[in-house]
Design a protein around this ligand. Structure first.
Ligand code: ADP
Ligand code: MG
Length: 247
C-alpha cells in the first residue's frame, strides 16, 4: 500500500482515423477511489475505459497502472487484464456455462489456480452478490440484473486491484438497476478502486469520490459530486445536466 495513484493517464491521445477520440487526457485514480465518468454519447467514455486495460491501444501519452506502464502484449498484458476487471453493459457471460463455471473460468484457466480453492471463492462471491442459489443455472435462465451480478462476481474472482464499469446498468430493465447498483455501492464502500461510466446520477452522488465530465474526447471538468452537481462550471456540463436531470 502506497500513496501513489493506482491508475495514471498523462497526456493521452487516441484517434479513430480522423476522429480525435481522446484529447490530451490527464486522469489519476487513487487507491480506493471511486471515479464516475459521465458525458454525452460519443464523448469517448468507453474508449477511456478500454484504454485503461489496453483493450484499445493509445497513440500518444502514457498510462501507468500500479506504478508500471501498461504492457503491450504477452504475459504482462494478461496479468494486467486480471488486475483490472471490467464489467460491460452487455454482460458477456458464456452462454453454455453455468453461473458458477462462468465465475471460476478465469482463475482456473488463466491463473491455473486449484479448482477447489476457486470454487470456494466463487461461491463466496456469488453469496456476496446475492445469487448463490443460482450457481447451477445458465445465463439464459437468469434475469438481466442477475446476469450482471454474475459478471461482477466473475471480475472479482480474479482478485483485481481495480474494476472498470462501462454503463453496467444501461441494458437492464428499470426494476433491476437497483440490485446491481447496490452491489457496486458496497464494493465502493469496501474500498475497491473503481472507474464507473454511468448515467445513474444517484450512484454518482452517493458512491463517487469524484465525478469526471467528458465531452468530445476531453475531460472538461472534475469535482467532488456534491460540488459538481450543485455548481457545474462549464457550459457543456450545465447543458448535459439540464438534459439528463429534467426527465
Ligand atoms: N472502433 C472504433 N472505430 C471507429 N470509431 C470508433 C470506434 N469506437 C468508438 N468510435 C467512435 O469514437 C467516439 C467515442 O466513442 P465511445 O468511446 O464509445 O464514446 P462513449 O462511450 O462516450 O459513448 C464515437 O464517435 C464513436 O463512434
Ligand atoms: Mg460508451
Amino acid at each position: 500500500m502506497t500513496d501513489e495513484a493506482l491508475i495514471v493517464l498523462e497526456n493521452v491521445n487516441k484517434w479513430f482515423g480522423p476522429l480525435h477520440v481522446l484529447q490530451d487526457v490527464d486522469l489519476s485514480v487513487a487507491r480506493g477511489e471511486v471515479v464516475v465518468v459521465i458525458g454525452p454519447s460519443g464523448s469517448g467514455k468507453s474508449t477511456l475505459c478500454r484504454a485503461i486495460n489496453r483493450l484499445e491501444p493509445i497513440d500518444s501519452g502514457t498510462i501507468t497502472f500500479d506504478g508500471r506502464p501498461l504492457p503491450a502484449e504477452g504475459r504482462a498484458l494478461a496479468r494486467l487484464r486480471s488486475e483490472v476487471g471490467m464489467v460491460f453493459q452487455s454482460f458477456n457471460l458464456f452462454a453454455h456455462k453455468t453461473t458458477l463455471q462462468n465465475v471460476m473460468l478465469g482463475p482456473v484457466k488463466v491463473r491455473r489456480e486449484q479448482t477447489a480453492v476457486v470454487r470456494d471463492r466463487a461461491m463466496a462471491l456469488l453469496e456476496r452478490v446475492g445469487i448463490a442459489n443460482q450457481a447451477e443455472k445458465y445465463p439464459a435462465q437468469l434475469s438481466g440484473g442477475q446476469q450482471q451480478r454474475v459478471a461482477i462476481a466473475r471480475a472479482l474472482a480474479m482478485q483485481p486491484k481495480a474494476l472498470l464499469f462501462d454503463e453496467p446498468t444501461s441494458a437492464l430493465d428499470p426494476e433491476m438497476v437497483g440490485e446491481v447498483l447496490d452491489v457496486m455501492t458496497s464494493l465502493a464502500r469496501e474500498g475497491m478502486t473503481m472507474v464507473v461510466v454511468t448515467h445513474e446520477m444517484g450512484f454518482a452522488r452517493h458512491a463517487a469520490d469524484r465525478v469526471v465530465f467528458m465531452a468530445d474526447g476531453q475531460l472538461v471538468e472534475q469535482a467532488a459530486p456534491e460540488e459538481f452537481f450543485a455548481n457545474p462550471r462549464s457550459d457543456r456540463a450545465k447543458d448535459f445536466l439540464s438534459k439528463i436531470l429534467t426527465h
